[in-house]
Design a protein around this ligand. Structure first.
Ligand code: CTP
Ligand code: CA
Length: 228
């Protein structure tokens, strides 16, 4: 472990990190989710905490142990996550939305386990869009607050990511091409491109998620210094 300076640009900053994949119930024994492990978000929460920030981690289910010194708010669904983020945002200096949020949820959750029926080989589950949390947060954003999004793309990485940067009024967008081996969901490594409105994209090498977290937090920290 390297020695860290006593104060950093992040010392005393209130940081809200979201992580994990949200869960949308179909019935009492089934749900829709995604491949997110939560590792990237947890690594960012840990790095922020080590640099002196006061960190709240809002986490959808993961197999991970929350980093020491971080307050944990567990959530399941996208709407739970939306409520928790919206509630905490006013008191937040930096929001990092690393959660892999379900875009759709079942219109109805069955009270009882759905049974197979003899006369029908197909089952249709009607889905409806969930709340776009970052879009909602953009409307609440005050000068000085920093918002950071992630974008997992399988094609047209920079174009798609830049559109999200603008549409969600983000200060930073961390884009990863999840079609590449070793990148993004689930694994221990990642390779990202960090986009900012007024800066050339920064492409990291493929590295351990803790190394990537340091690079992401470095950029957030520089942003704070510029705006402070
Ligand atoms: N996000 C959010 N609320 C949602 C969906 C996503 O706040 N309902 C956040 C994610 O946490 C991430 C960013 O928005 O930081 C981009 O997520 P992504 O899934 O890449 O983008 P979407 O806007 O959902 O668009 P699409 O999945 O169609 O590419
Ligand atoms: Ca999405």
């Amino acid at each position: 472990e390297t020695l860290r300076p006593q104060t950093t640009p992040l010392t005393g900053k209130k940081v809200l990190v979201t992580a994990g994949g949200t869960r949308e119930r179909i019935d009492p024994v089934r749900f829709i989710t995604n491949d997110s492990s939560g590792k990237m978000g947890y690594a960012i929460a840990e790095e922020m905490q080590q640099r002196g920030a006061t960190v709240t981690l809002i986490s959808a289910p993961t197999k991970l142990t929350p980093p020491a010194g971080v307050s944990l708010i567990p959530v399941l669904t996208t709407e739970d996550l939306a409520d928790a983020v919206t509630k905490a945002f006013k008191q937040t200096d930096i929001l990092v939305m690393a959660a892999a949020v379900a875009d759709f949820k079942p219109v109805n959750t069955a009270d009882q386990k759905i049974k197979k029926s003899a006369d029908n080989d197909q089952l249709t589950i009607k889905l409806t869009k969930t709340t776009d949390i970052l879009k909602q947060v953009a409307r609440l954003k005050q000068p000085g607050q920093i918002t950071v999004g992630f974008a997992a793309e399988t094609q047209n990485l920079l174009d798609n990511a830049n559109q999200k940067l603008i549409a969600k009024q983000l200060d930073l967008l961390i884009a990863n091409d999840v079609s590449k081996p070793g990148v993004g969901f689930n694994g221990d490594t990642n390779q990202v491109t960090i986009l900012q409105p007024d800066q050339a994209p920064i492409k990291t090498t493929l590295a351990d998620k803790h190394t990537i977290a340091k690079q992401v937090v470095d950029q957030i920290s520089q942003r704070l210094q510029k705006e402070g």
